[in-house]
Design a protein around this ligand. Structure first.
Ligand SMILES: O=C(O)CCC(=O)C(=O)O
Ligand SMILES: [Fe+2]
Length: 305
């Protein structure tokens, strides 16, 4: 099996050929485990997300085309059609009727943009100017250089990936946090109890948050400790507390999406599995002029304790 390339630039254009599909089916029928098929594809230069989608789609189609009744024990071929990482329920706004506004319990919020993959929704008028200013004022005396979770230990440390300052509020620490948390819960239909405390970030000119995933990497040793407090993260709401003069948007490189930071607006995204196939790679673009303040709410699968 030969992949078209292992070069990142060209890899974005990798195309799943009929030959690759045949090879996948042959491996599964020969009894190869899906993990091994995936590993072989990656060794040959296929991007992980392309390989997973090719494997899942090919085996699902192959099984659907077989007319024989399902065997009592799943075959290797059936196992290969199972998602490599299991999907889970996620927060989701009530957008089925394509509304232009949503009632979030105490406030009407505008729907400005929706995207299926990655699941991204941009909201307007999520918070009032006064609420934004008040949150910044409450956070300011407590700002410290941002820390990022260290996956090896489950602890956190200062590093260069995130050059902003930050702080965390406890959940429901004050009336404003409580009000915003209830609004988020109503907007994305996810229990308040599953939310982490609000995080406030402050970026000065040049500061940025390099592209990353918000879920915890299941393969890292520190993740088990983190997951004990409510399971995986499954959704994020980034709320813009001011409008920088230039730069500082939230980027989704896999979708070529740039969300401009506008005071009071917010960007929501969800990820139903801790995997790159959710395409939720995102970052805070460098602030070019002015400064940037955001509040981030991360939502867990279960109650965050
Ligand atoms: O600042 C941003 O636009 C993104 C923030 C972010 O990704 C986070 O807080 O996890
Ligand atoms: Fe993030």
């Amino acid at each position: 099996m030969a992949a078209s390339t292992s070069n990142g630039q060209q890899a974005a254009q990798q195309v799943v050929t009929p030959q690759l599909r045949q090879w996948i089916i042959a491996q599964a029928e020969a009894g190869c485990r899906p993990e091994d098929v995936l590993a072989a594809m990656q060794t040959a230069g296929w991007k992980e997300d392309v390989a997973i989608r090719a494997l899942e789609d090919t085996m699902a189609q192959h099984l659907a085309s077989q007319s024989a009744p399902a065997p009592a024990q799943p075959t290797q071929a059936a196992r290969a059609a199972e998602p490599v990482v299991q999907a889970t329920a996620v927060p989701e706004p009530a957008l089925s009727g394509e509304p232009t506004v949503l009632w979030a319990g105490d406030r009407q919020v505008q729907v400005l943009l929706t995207c299926k993959l990655p699941r991204v929704v941009v909201f307007g008028n999520f918070m009032s100017d006064e609420e934004c200013d008040q949150l910044v004022a409450l956070a300011t005396p407590r700002m410290a250089r941002s820390e990022t979770v260290v996956n090896l230990t489950g602890g956190s440390e200062v590093n260069d990936v995130r050059t902003s300052d930050g702080m965390f509020f406890q959940r429901a620490e004050n009336e404003l946090c409580e009000r915003i948390e209830r609004r988020i819960a109503a907007l994305v239909n996810w229990p308040v109890e599953n939310g982490e405390g609000l995080q406030i970030l402050h970026y000065r000119p040049g500061a940025q948050y390099e592209p990353h995933y918000d879920y915890f990497d299941p393969s890292h040793p520190g993740t088990a400790t983190i997951l004990a407090r409510g399971g995986q993260r499954v959704g994020t709401l980034v709320m813009y507390l001011n409008t920088p003069e230039a730069g500082g948007g939230t980027t989704f490189p896999d979708a070529g999406l740039y969300v401009a930071p506008r005071k009071g607006n917010a960007v929501f995204f969800s990820y139903d599995r801790p995997h790159s196939t959710t395409r939720t790679l995102h970052g805070g673009a460098p602030v070019i002029a002015g400064e940037k303040w955001v509040a981030t709410k991360w939502m867990r699968q279960g109650e965050f304790i």
